[in-house]
Design a protein around this ligand. Structure first.
Ligand SMILES: *[C@@H]1O[C@H](CO)[C@@H](O)[C@H](O)[C@H]1NC(C)=O
Length: 307
């Protein structure tokens, strides 16, 4: 850490540099613009990819006329990337690489084996060779710098699922981890499931920040209830982090042992009831018949007795 006074001095010099650049560069260089992500997390011992692009009024320029340089903020001779490796700071030799093609206006930088003092700010500068052989024209974008925030520990993956696990039905588990190194993305592995049940997606959420996702599909069985599933993220450089989830498998309930006897009982009762009703009806008509017969007999008898 620098003493306060030199930091103030640095800041003043940077302000002066900015003013000078703002004043001078449009005159010599026309409207150069660079866009570098302002701030990015970087995992110590892993890698980081810093998105960067630039524009020039003449449009895309051939790579052979361009030279891209990354240097430590307001110390232009302190290069962290230079096509001439001898001009790179010893501390950064072999650790930086321009992933973007300058001919496509892409100045994306990769830094590997991140050390906890690599926080920057790092700035992009471009040099243009004139068409006729002559001296090198230099144009810089001092104002386009990136701050790296050092992460001492890897971020933990997140485990999510939309529906709860049901025995015998496909179950989908998603493991998601954030990272800033798409060129050497973290690898996600599962404690169970087969490779053909796994889908991977790596996408950019916003400038320089990425999300690695692994989607596992499997069919849980009865014995998977209360078992653990772990997703492990292995970052470039070897650091790992993981997240475990306990499965609760819902049984597809089998109600046959209740339904069959119930249906049988109700059926038997119905048949019995119908049977009774029929018998009652039959007997009723019989009784009525008998009664009427009895009646007529009685009438006859009484008529006879009266005679
Ligand atoms: C710049 O280059 C990087 C690395 O090759 C690539 O991932 C990125 O998509 C490029 N950016 C643009 C804007 O083309």
């Amino acid at each position: 850490r620098k003493p306060q006074s030199t930091m103030d001095k640095d800041r003043k010099m940077m302000m002066f540099g900015l003013l000078l650049a703002a004043f001078v560069s449009p005159v010599i260089a026309g409207e150069w613009r660079a866009s570098v992500v302002r701030s990015l997390d970087a995992l110590v011992s892993s890698c980081v990819v810093i998105p960067c692009s630039f524009t020039h009024p003449e449009g895309n320029l051939p790579t052979s006329r361009l030279r891209g340089i990354w240097h430590i903020s307001n110390q232009r001779d302190q290069c962290i990337y230079h096509e001439d490796n001898t001009l790179v700071l010893d501390n950064f030799k072999g650790r930086t690489k321009l992933l973007g093609h300058l001919g496509q206006s892409n100045c994306t930088l990769e830094i590997i084996e991140i050390k906890d003092h690599d926080s920057g700010p790092f700035c992009f500068r471009i040099e243009l060779r004139p068409k006729e052989t002559g001296t090198l024209e230099k144009f810089s974008f001092v104002e386009q710098c990136v701050d790296l925030k050092m992460l001492p520990d890897p971020p933990k993956p997140k485990l999510t699922h939309l529906k709860s696990a049901v025995q015998g039905l496909p179950f989908v588990l998603t493991c998601t981890v954030l990272h800033t190194c798409p060129s050497r993305a973290p690898k996600l592995t599962w404690s169970r499931g087969t490779a053909d049940g796994i889908t991977e997606v790596n996408r950019e959420i916003h400038a320089g920040n990425w999300e690695m996702q692994s989607i596992l599909t499997f069919i849980p069985e009865d014995e998977d209830d209360h078992s653990d599933v772990t997703c492990t993220s292995t970052f470039n450089g070897g650091r790992t982090s993981s997240k475990t989830l306990t499965l609760y498998v819902k049984r597809t309930e089998n109600y046959n042992h209740i339904i069959i006897p119930t249906v049988a009982a109700i059926g038997t009762a119905l048949i019995f009831a119908v049977f009774i009703i029929l018998i009652v009806k039959k007997y009723k008509s019989r009784i009525v018949e008998l009664q009427s017969q009895e009646g007529s007999m009685w009438n006859r008898l009484s008529r006879l007795s009266r005679r």
